[in-house]
Ligand binder design. Structure first.
Ligand code: M6R
Length: 614
């Protein structure tokens, strides 16, 4: 989604803003902009560019500008298409006020109508511009800056974080947060502000996370923090121990490939990390032993790839610790009837820990005082701060939009957690717990070796061949159905090939009509003989209609392998870890197809890494 960055202090702002935006560019990259108040004449200068941040950097080189106070933005469009006109910052009529914004102003339409009738002239299609014009009019009707901000924030509906600089108040910046992340970094006579602390963590580790529904009026050496009502708040400044990892692609052409190859190591790291904390795990998750022993339902909530991890983990919790488990798409969860249940555990799965739908679903359950935990990759994320407890995967920063190592470490952490609950409930013993950890390491080994086995053939033959198809059907059963969904998501988001996934048993209830020689069917096998046999039948049904089958099979599954036009064969692992063992070859194959199509793999069109609007 969009990211915002601001600086006010003793130094010039531009280099900080551009460096911060570069670290946050994974959040949105369809346009970028910068505004500052010139140190000498105190007037507002700005520059905006369509496309990636590097376009803005070029513009700023051609027409340099700088000052002690400045704001910047990278955009992921919601209202208004990607264009220079819609790029942030946005302004009031006089171009004295400048705003950068992440989120959505839901009532912007009616506000814009009122403001237009009052004579304000709009220059963009965005909701953000409304904030600037509304603020302009409120500054006229209120005596103080603070009173105008209070009125402003109480008129805006939605979820948003925005920064504002104003030529008439050249020594201060306004920062507002409602249900969208925003944090302030406190330096020595300088203040940084960003959507994510990682953007300024090289400059300062003293961080104030703005409380929800609060705003700050900030000078280089002073922070005034207020509730939306105007009541002052005491800033709660924390010392963070996170570091910015200077993540290079090294020898790889794309981050996605690098991240695919990191999986074996990060699964190891995740298992080691969890193993080391096994004795303190319930304290860490803010759960009592009694709560764990009484657990009789688990709810798993997530979006996209994290939702697929949840769908697979459902089998873990139901099979290993025999707890009925429901999986929810976060975007639907909030709008469904809710039945509070004290002996339930709500688990929120999110790579970023910032996904707006998942966060709102977490807040809903938190408000009912039910136990919540998050499984995430980002220790400084909002979900870590807001969930009752958290379990960190050890994937390290994931940069490519397509999630790979986050998925495999989520599966590992959830598999481990299912065993740890089973141990607490005395369903398994400590020997079985240790075996589970070993099994995860074996699956990680298989994941990597399988890529190695097929690497050459995929690069030279298979990937170029499959670029000719415009659409692909994906089929799986039981555990391999969510795996097939994840495979379909990978292919569609990075190659733009239309990929449709079905539970294999549904084939003859409709999708079979789509099967022809131009529509390959990717079938994902299962190591249980009963389920495998049904999958073989689905492959026969496809072949009998002239279909082209690509099988992802386990060793020894000869009937399926012989039937397929192409097969990838994976050594057998523990049945429940089949998806983990198989995911590497799927990611690698889809990556190579997209690469052959010359797609911008790490930053696919229309997408962003962290989806911070609902
Ligand atoms: O950060 P999260 O795990 O909450 O993100 C959820 C989805 O937005 C994410 O998994 C998305 O589907 C990926 N692009 C998939 O590769």
């Amino acid at each position: 989604m969009c990211s915002v960055f601001g600086y006010i202090g003793k130094n010039n702002c531009r280099s900080y803003v551009m460096e911060g935006l570069q670290k946050l560019e994974y959040r949105g990259y369809d346009s970028a902009g910068f505004a500052c108040l010139d140190s000498d004449d105190k007037r507002l200068y700005f520059s905006k560019a369509k496309g990636r941040l590097k376009n803005l950097a070029t513009l700023l080189k051609e027409k340099p500008m700088d000052g002690h106070i400045g704001i910047g933005h990278t955009r992921w469009s919601v209202y208004g298409k990607p264009s220079q006109k819609n790029a942030h910052p946005h302004f009031d009529c006089e171009k004295r006020i400048s705003i950068v914004h992440n989120g959505i102003i839901e009532n912007y339409h009616s506000l814009k109508e009122q403001l237009t009738q009052a004579g304000h002239i709009f220059h963009s299609e965005t909701d953000t511009e409304t904030i600037a014009h509304l603020f302009e009019s409120l500054l006229v009707s209120h005596k103080t800056l603070k009173a105008a901000v209070v009125d402003l924030v109480n008129q805006l509906e939605g979820a948003y974080a925005f920064l504002c600089i104003n030529q008439d108040y050249p020594d201060c910046m306004i920062m507002v947060r409602k249900r969208s992340p925003l944090c302030i970094g406190i330096g020595d006579d300088e203040i940084f502000v960003a959507s994510d602390p990682l953007a300024f963590i090289n400059q300062t580790k003293k961080v104030l996370f703005l409380p929800d529904e609060s705003f700050a009026i900030v000078k280089k050496d002073l922070i005034e923090l207020y509730e939306f009502s105007g009541k002052p708040l005491t800033p709660d400044v924390q010392e963070l121990s996170i570091e910015w990892q200077d993540n290079q692609k090294n020898e790889h052409q794309h981050y996605m490939l690098k991240e695919i190859y990191e999986q074996k190591n990060v699964i190891h790291a995740t298992v080691d990390f969890l193993h080391a904390m096994t004795d303190q795990i319930w304290d860490h998750l803010s759960l009592t032993l009694e709560q764990v022993r009484k657990l009789d339902k688990i709810h798993l909530v997530g979006c996209g790839t994290s939702w697929h991890a949840a769908r697979i983990a459902q089998f873990y919790f139901e099979t290993i610790c025999m707890i009925p488990t429901r999986v929810h798409l976060a975007s639907e969860f909030r709008y469904m009837p809710f039945f509070p249940d004290e002996d339930s555990l709500y688990v929120y799965i999110s790579q970023s820990g910032e996904t707006a739908d998942t966060l709102e679903a977490l807040r809903l359950v938190n408000s009912m005082n039910l136990p919540t935990i998050t499984v995430t990759n980002v220790p400084s994320s909002t979900m870590v701060r807001e969930a009752g407890g958290f379990l960190l995967t050890q994937a390290g920063q994931e940069i490519a939009v397509a999630s790979t190592k986050a998925f495999s470490t989520q599966l590992s952490a959830l598999y481990w957690l299912a065993h740890r609950i089973a141990l607490e409930k005395r369903i398994i013993d400590s020997v079985q717990m240790e075996q589970a950890e070993q099994d995860l390491l074996v699956a990680a080994e298989v994941l990597e070796n399988t890529i190695e086995n097929y690497k050459r053939d995929i690069c030279q033959t298979h990937a170029p061949f499959y670029t000719q198809f415009d659409r692909v059907i994906f089929l799986g059963r039981h555990l391999s159905y969510p795996l097939a969904m994840e495979a379909a998501l990978k292919l569609k988001e990075i190659s733009y090939i239309f990929s449709q996934c079905y539970p294999a048993g549904e084939l003859k209830h409709g999708p079979l009509a789509l099967v022809d020689e131009k529509t390959p069917v990717f079938i994902f096998s299962h190591s249980e003989p009963l389920i495998y046999q049904k999958i073989v039948s689905n492959a026969h049904e496809t072949k009998a209609r002239g279909g082209h089958v690509v099988a992802f099979a386990f060793e020894g599954q000869h009937e399926l392998i012989d039937l397929a036009d192409l097969s990838f064969v994976v050594p057998k692992v523990k049945t429940l870890l089949g998806p983990l063992a198989m995911i590497g070859i799927i990611q690698f194959f889809t990556y190579q197809i997209a690469k052959n199509l010359d797609c911008p793999i790490d930053k696919p069109r229309n997408l962003a890494k962290s989806v911070t609007v609902e």
